[in-house]
Design a binder for this molecule. Structure first.
Ligand SMILES: *Cc1c(COP(=O)(O)O)cnc(C)c1O
Length: 425
């Protein structure tokens, strides 16, 4: 038994399922999770000393890879002055201003500790502001584990095949309408029937939690148009896509201004930060400016904010997006060629540095089509890639990430590994 296995045994005795977040457990792909010892740039090492090219990047936050020097320096500075005060600090204002600078739709923003907190708070705000209760989400989209949002969710929920979670009150789940993603007619008929009751629509503008699924042309425009006309709030959940697909997120790429935006992952630079923001008129409904309550003992935590700020500053200066696109398109082409040579049907969906290899011969545009994937084949592919030294997300229904620390040689090695693996899957 190797050290990862030993640790997993110990963990299972004391932590439910041995992990602190379900997708880490490798349930879908089988086997036991790797316990990670350390990371540097685009690589990680497990506790048995094996090295991998990392395509998980802590599930999205690490756009500059592990231990970027700017972030380490920023954290060092905070250690000299104190890690938490529960009182306002200057860097919180800096981080809020940085977010607003890159997201023109964000006039005001509140910092929280996770993506889940951001989406839960944004939903409460949308309900409080509109005085309506119904919300709309999309099948296979994941917005964290808040009660209202844990209905037909993506990510670990999709991976484990749990349609709904026990413990979510029926009455609350009943207020959530779930529609298929990328389906204009389903959207239109929902708004025809219930438009005036809908507080908000929450969407991943590029879905990442059923695997990477981009919006079809005109879909986000339709969403903007219908919500505007019915007085519903449009929430772009950019926890994954914010600062990932572009500095200004998917709303910059597709040129749509939502009313509210939720952020997380990259804005914490590897530490826990989330944020929700948008039109000042709406955000001024949040306490203490307004009546909708939301608070946090560690919100705006100095360490987390410093890591986020250092990351956003570097994104401002270094603008890695062209490089990420180059690496991404090279990897995409390599994977498609390798699969075609091996005679394995795949669809590679990619937006910039987020991508998924679906083992299907159908275009993947929603959760139904994502589920046509041969997940057994994905699982074999996943384990063969691990053996070859590439660490992919341990589920067909998760996006993989390239960081600015990845090199051409990482990409070429990954394509070689995939060529070998695909011949055997
Ligand atoms: C990761 C994610 C969340 C949840 O964020 P946590 O920090 O895990 O709570 C919400 N929405 C989207 C789109 C995500 O990718």
């Amino acid at each position: 038994m190797n050290r990862s296995e030993q640790l997993f045994r110990r963990a299972q005795e004391i932590i439910p399922g041995g992990v602190n977040s379900p997708v880490r457990a490798f349930r879908a792909v089988g086997g036991h999770p790797l316990f990670i010892q350390r990371g540097e740039g685009s690589h990680i090492w497990d506790v048995d000393g094996r090295e991998y090219i990392d395509y998980v990047g802590s599930w999205g936050p690490l756009i500059f890879g592990h231990r970027p020097p700017e972030v380490l320096r920023a954290l060092q500075q905070i250690l000299e002055i104190g890690t938490s005060f529960g009182a306002p600090t200057e860097r919180e204002v800096d981080l809020a201003e940085f977010i607003a600078k890159f997201f023109p739709s964000v006039e005001k923003v509140r910092l929280v500790n996770s993506g889940t907190e951001a989406t839960m708070s944004a939903i409460r705000l949308a309900r409080g502001f509109t005085g309506r209760e119904r919300i709309v989400k999309f099948d296979g989209c994941y917005h964290g584990h808040g009660d209202s949002l844990l209905v037909k969710a993506g990510s670990g929920v999709a991976t484990l095949g749990l349609p709904d979670s026990p413990g979510v009150p029926q009455n609350l789940a009943g207020l959530t309408t779930v529609l298929p993603f990328n389906n204009p007619s389903a959207l239109k008929s929902e708004f025809d029937r219930h438009g005036k009751d809908i507080a908000c629509v929450i969407v991943e503008p590029v879905a990442g939690n059923m695997g990477c699924v981009p919006p079809r042309a005109g879909y986000l425009e339709l969403l903007r148009d219908l919500t505007q006309r019915s007085g519903s709030i449009l929430i772009f959940d950019e926890v994954m896509t914010g600062f990932r697909v572009a500095r200004g997120g998917a709303q910059q790429v597709y040129g749509i201004e939502p009313d509210l935006t939720t952020l997380g992952k990259i804005i914490g630079g590897g530490l826990p930060v989330g944020a929700y923001g948008g039109r000042a008129e709406i955000m001024d409904y949040v306490a203490p400016a307004g009546p909708v309550y939301q608070a946090g003992t560690l919100s705006g935590n100095p360490l987390a904010v410093a890591a986020g700020l250092a990351t956003l500053r570097r994104l401002d200066e270094a603008a890695p997006y062209n490089n990420l696109e180059t690496l991404g398109s090279r990897l995409e082409r390599g994977l498609i060629e390798a699969a075609s040579k091996a005679g394995v049907p795949v669809r590679v969906n990619r937006v910039g540095s987020m991508f998924t290899v679906f083992f299907t011969n159908q275009d993947v545009m929603d959760f139904e089509s994502a589920k046509t994937s041969d997940t057994q084949r994905f699982n074999r592919f996943f384990h063969m890639m691990l053996d070859e030294g590439a660490y992919l997300p341990p589920s067909q229904f998760e996006a993989a990430f390239i960081s600015a620390a990845h090199t051409n040689s990482d990409i070429e090695r990954t394509i070689e590994a995939a060529s070998k693996a695909l011949r055997k899957v």
